[in-house]
Design a binder for this molecule. Structure first.
Ligand code: ZN
Length: 80
């Protein structure tokens, strides 16, 4: 089981994986804009709804997901 970091609801990951790849809204769960799971800072996060996902992606640091680094690509360290 995973936990929705926004509302705290338990997410049945196995059901998500086996029960098709669409949300109740009919979009792919991994859809970068509308899906209900998201890879952030190397960790998969699961959400009960698109609304929770939106909240998380808007302010991931608020939910323990670290900074929203994706929104500031120009801040990436140039270690090359
Ligand atoms: Zn939720």
């Amino acid at each position: 089981m995973a936990k929705d970091p926004v509302c705290g609801k338990e997410i049945d990951v196995e059901a998500v994986r086996s029960g098709g790849s669409r949300t109740a809204e009919g979009v792919a769960v991994v859809d970068p804009l509308q899906g209900t799971r998201s890879l952030h800072n190397g960790t998969w996060y699961y959400f009960c709804s698109i609304e929770c996902r939106k909240d998380f992606m808007g302010t991931p640091e608020k939910y323990g997901g670290g900074e929203a680094t994706y929104s500031r690509p120009y801040d990436r360290p140039s270690s090359s």
